[in-house]
Design a binder for this molecule. Structure first.
Ligand SMILES: [Zn+2]
Length: 108
């Protein structure tokens, strides 16, 4: 009976070690994914024709978006012709990564 307890503890220790190792690997994977997102999102944001003054000109939000959508800010786009007092989504590498509307700037 007394020999079983240390054995069980040893087993538990091994299982904990495995769990810790996996968590570390999961964390590394997550960091890798986030790094890629940041990098490619940054490229998309730089090249997208809708990205203007740090805001997305594709989505235009009416003034009632204020306070409801945390990433919506008042229009700063100089050549924007939408009705006065409206909002756009503030751009970030992450929002641009997840966006499927991306259109590269056309160079004439
Ligand atoms: Zn605007």
């Amino acid at each position: 009976m007394s020999g079983k307890m240390p054995h069980r503890l040893e087993e538990l220790e091994k299982r904990l070690e495995k769990l810790e190792k996996h968590r570390f690997e999961d964390t590394l994977t997550l960091i890798e994914i986030l790094s890629n997102m940041t990098f490619f999102g940054g490229l998309k944001m730089k090249e997208c024709q809708y990205a203007k003054e740090g805001q997305c000109s594709f989505f235009t939000l009416k003034s009632n978006a204020k306070g409801k959508i945390p990433i919506a800010t008042e229009c700063r786009i100089n050549d924007c012709h939408f009705e006065p007092s409206h909002y756009h989504i503030e751009l970030s590498n992450v929002t641009c990564t997840l966006c499927s509307i991306y259109k590269p700037k056309t160079h004439i």
